[in-house]
Design a protein around this ligand. Structure first.
Ligand SMILES: [Zn+2]
Length: 70
């Protein structure tokens, strides 16, 4: 009984402090960060599909993605 509770607590602690170690998850996070749209006016970050800035409603968004062709 006590052992079980202890394990539960440990898992809870680990979840709180655990960095993203799984490569798949890390890739998703990195991709999400790179796919962001940055507002040219107020530099707010917008979701990848955004056409308008959620902060100043400007349509002058640029992708943050840095692609290296070749
Ligand atoms: Zn903006």
């Amino acid at each position: 009984m006590e052992e079980k509770l202890d394990t539960k607590l440990t898992i809870k602690k680990e979840l709180k402090t655990m960095p993203i170690t799984e490569p798949e998850k890390r890739d998703i996070v990195r991709k999400a960060l790179l796919d962001m749209m940055i507002c040219r006016k107020c530099y707010a970050r917008n979701p990848p599909g955004a056409t308008k800035c959620r902060r100043c409603r400007s349509t002058r968004l640029r992708p943050k993605r840095k692609e290296r062709a070749g």
